[in-house]
Ligand binder design. Sequence first.
Ligand code: GLA
Length: 380
Amino acid sequence: MSLKSTIHSAFEKHFGGDGIFYASAGRINLIGEHTDYNGGFVFPGAIDKVIMAEIRPNGTDKVRLYSIGFDEEVTFGLNEEDAPSQQWARYVFGVCRETIKRGFVVKGFDAVFDGNVPLGAGLSSSAALESCFAFALNDLFNNNTIEKFELAKIGQSTEHNYCGVNCGIMDQFASVFGKKDHLIRLDCRSLEYEYFPIVLNGYKLVLVDSVVKHELVDSPYNKRRESCERVAKRLGLETLRDATMEMLDAAKSDISAEDYSRAKFVIEEKERVLDVCDALGRGDIETVGKMMYATHNGLSKDYEVSCEELDYLNDIARECGVTGSRIMGGGFGGCTINLVSDEVYPKFIETVTAKFAEKYGHAPKIYDVVVSDGARRIEE
Ligand code: GLA
């Protein structure tokens, strides 16, 4: 059964009749990791894996929400004190609240949602969920008067205020702005963006999902962000966007060794994004690949968001002659993104599957990336 039919059967069963369908996508990021909250550049795109919802206003002031994945129905009101206890429902509650806080309209509705964005794989299933509902509430209750950037910010504020993650704007931006066959370079300070057609003649982008998620108790993502903010403050800057290695080295004695490494990674990474965009424009895929390995190295050694399994995937990619490979997303588990030539592809898939399974007792999951559209209403 298709995702849409599965959702519709559940909708009929729980609420009866028909609603309107909306979807939004997970994302990849070719390069530019942990740069978004530092005012730097990112280079993401939406993928063909989505969260989809069927929604219908119900004429009350309550939301009735059924998640197929969690097999649970939750009802909540739209005031701040009505926050549900289930984490999955807080994403939707947060989107409602952030929309209302911005002066827009949200009324009660019934909704069923499900998706095929793998959870915990670093593909931003949560941004897909937020963007799907932000887009839907704009269409259903606000005549599409909320601007697209504001929809992305509604999702981002949901993470900050209802889910405890001080994320940047990349995931929600990619999920809302995604366009088939295009990556998007976003300047996270000015919010200027540019679509780049993704032409990879003779190469594929492949995700290798370690299927491990290291749940680290003390919110390491937020800690990385705090390190960057401390260094920026010490350098007298708003963000690390304008920091250089010279400035960092001049202040080295006042900065902890750990904060120094974090900032070094960010300074190097923001340059790599621009280099990759240039290289892609010239069709210089080898350079794109080299930069990806450099990012992995920095994320592993300086930013310390890798783990044994991801480093192993990276090593295997290198041994197989994969052109570029690196951790993708926040880190601490999830996927590597790999730029693989057509010749190397079969051998790489076979080797990475066998070696990883031998060492960790389970095979990684492999996804070929299809760069697709972002948030939308589904008419057909
Ligand atoms: C997560 C966050 C993003 C971004 C990435 C790392 O996906 O949600 O904002 O910071 O990590 O690049």
